[in-house]
Design a protein. Structure first.
Length: 612
């Protein structure tokens, strides 16, 4: 089959693999050649292999790999197809906005008809982590890639004293397999529902950045692409926070940490995830976390924790007693980037009954020195001196289906920076390749400036300027705000002052730094205005409108609607039944709807009709 005249290189290799699979193969060491697809037909054990790691890697399907490490487009899995699942090409230098690639979940491979190339889950991971394809398949590089793949799903590698090699630790000690993605109660977003141009708020970042600093270098490197530049700016601010950790604080009644919760707001396909990939590359190169080093100040990646228990466990790094390698002496601090690909994923997990993920995340934002959870199954889990920032994305129009007014008043939403940006003209073909290396040393320099701990003080001029701004502008705005989103704006402003000071290596806050943060106020309040506008259009409001629509129609046609008819009418919407019942009760109490009972054959029928 491989000699057929019309087969591409990739198709010929697939045919060869099928032929091998049908023929018994002799035992041999697993070898990775320089061809398009790695030869995984060997059955013997390669030197230094890890059976647990093998099980984790082997469980990663091509669909999981694409969603985790590429996600240029959303694969349509509604038809349960196993092959021909259309996606954009996983290759980073092929934008492929009109998807011309497909996934085959049966054979765990992908192929792009546009560039006539393909591969498997390893190739997708290699593109994401910055390894050359196919050269990563040789020697230690391939083993390193496999570890990064496992770490991306929350696994840790810990080496205790006396052990010859690191031990892989699952993200959830009670459940070795990754939890399934929850299905959030949201309505699918269509292209017709994309936000209007008014949802785009610009930030003049050039006026905030001093020449020659890390921020300047990072922005010069990343803004060569066609993505909103504001995305890169906020990602860079996250990076500065990880260079500081808990080592540097800003003087205040309660010392201020430099961690942020960032939600990038923008329509589907505008580059939110792509911009984040540059941040990932930077942190992997400049601030890598080492699970076998108790003193590591690198950044651990914590992907989509399903519960507060899993989240806290991800920030627990066991340090073993050198005299008894099986005994944990203490848990070392961890700096972790908590990542949810979509806000819907976070809300879906947090909405499960008994889930305390939201309040636990709030503790991370507030910089609590100890964060713990307790359960009958696992006892108490306690993270000591954790440093956590959070990243997610969403589309503005999706907010009305995700957010609840209670989230604003509980303090969950006002801990987030909702960052939007101005779209740039997109590249039709090709595009600028981003080399993040120039920003690596400047970020390391910030961590060197941080040292082993310092507190940034305020100059007299900075105190005076910030106090005037607080009393004359910020505090009045907070008092006038009914959404509760601006309650922590003063804390956010102080975090930004700390981060910009660190970018400039300033041990004392300067007035120019406070000026720069004050200039961001209009951007921040305008960006907060986007979720605020949608909070008023929550799912409860939609349920109310939908119930009134059907009740009005049936009142005009039949004099009223029964509960059975009403449930049938709204069944497709999949609304939570408790919200439907509560909303219907409110409509009756407000005398917008009245209840009537009609006596027919058998039991009386209860119907709802519009009042008047």
């Amino acid at each position: 089959m491989s000699d057929a005249p019309n087969l591409t290189k990739f198709q010929a290799k697939l045919a060869e693999r099928r032929s091998k699979a049908q023929t018994p193969q002799p035992s041999s060491v697993t070898v990775f050649d320089d061809d398009l697809i790695p030869d995984l037909d060997g059955t013997s054990t390669p030197p230094g292999h890890d059976p647990d790691l093998d099980r984790v890697i082997d469980s990663i399907g091509i669909l999981d790999a694409y969603r985790k490490w590429c996600n240029k487009s959303s694969p349509d899995t509604s038809t349960r197809r196993k092959e021909g699942i259309k996606v954009s090409c996983p290759k980073p230098n092929h934008p492929d906005r009109d998807p011309s690639a497909w996934l085959n979940t049966e054979k765990n491979v992908w192929f792009c008809g546009g560039c006539q190339e393909g591969g498997d889950a390893y190739d997708i991971a290699a593109y994401h982590f910055g390894y050359p394809v196919p050269d990563y398949k040789n020697g230690a590089t391939f083993h390193e890639l496999r570890r990064k793949m496992a770490e991306s799903f929350g696994y840790k590698f810990v080496q205790a004293p006396g052990m010859q090699k690191p031990v892989m630790v699952a993200p959830d000690t009670q459940n070795q397999s990754s939890p399934p993605e929850p299905v959030a109660q949201v309505i699918p977003i269509n292209r017709d529902d994309e936000p209007p141009a008014s949802d785009n708020v610009s930030l003049e970042w050039k006026s905030l950045v001093e020449e020659g600093t890390f921020l300047d270098t990072y922005m010069q490197v990343c803004t060569k692409d066609d993505l909103p530049e504001e995305y890169h700016f906020w990602n860079a601010m996250l990076a500065i926070g990880f260079a500081l950790g808990r080592d540097v604080t800003l003087f205040d009644k309660r010392p201020v940490l430099g961690n942020l919760f960032l939600c990038l707001l923008g329509p589907t396909g505008d580059g939110k995830s792509t911009s984040f990939s540059h941040l990932q590359q930077l942190l992997w190169k400049a601030l890598p976390h080492k699970w076998d080093d108790p003193n590591s100040k690198g950044t651990a990646f914590i992907s989509s924790p399903a519960s507060a228990e899993v989240l806290v466990n991800s920030f627990m790094k066991p340090v073993f007693d050198p005299n008894n390698p099986k005994t944990v002496a203490y848990y070392a601090p961890v700096r972790g980037l908590i990542e949810f690909n979509e806000m819907a994923s976070l809300i879906g997990r947090a909405s499960r009954k008994g889930n305390v993920l939201k309040p636990t995340l709030m503790e991370f934002y507030d910089g609590s020195p100890t964060i713990s959870t307790a359960s009958l199954a696992t006892g108490i889990k306690r993270a000591e001196q954790p440093f956590g920032s959070c990243f997610t994305t969403t589309q503005p129009k999706a907010l009305k289906d995700l957010l609840r007014e209670a989230d604003a008043h509980s303090g969950f939403l006002n801990r987030w920076v909702f960052a939007t940006g101005t779209p740039k003209k997109r590249d039709a073909v090709g595009g600028e390749m981003i080399d993040i290396d120039p920003a690596v040393e400047p970020l390391k320099a910030i961590q060197g400036w941080a040292g082993f701990g310092k507190q940034v003080q305020w100059s007299d001029g900075a105190v005076s300027l910030f106090s005037d701004f607080f009393h004359e502008v910020l505090h009045p705005a907070q008092q006038a705000d009914e959404t509760g989103l601006l309650v922590r704006m003063d804390l956010l402003a102080k975090k930004l002052i700390l981060l910009l000071s660190a970018n400039q290596h300033d041990d004392v806050v300067q007035t120019r730094t406070v000026d720069r943060v004050i200039s961001m106020f209009s951007y921040l309040t305008a960006a907060y205005g986007i979720p605020a506008a949608h909070i008023g259009s929550t799912i409860s409001t939609e349920i109310r409108d939908e119930l009134l629509r059907h009740i009005t129609r049936y009142t005009n046609q039949r004099g009223g609607i029964s509960l059975r008819e009403l449930n049938k009418a709204i069944k497709r919407k999949n609304y939570p039944l408790d919200l439907v019942s509560k909303t219907l009760k409110y409509l009756v109490e407000l005398e917008m709807v009245e209840v009537m009972t009609t006596q027919g054959v058998g039991r009386p029928t209860v119907k709802y009709r519009l009042c008047g």
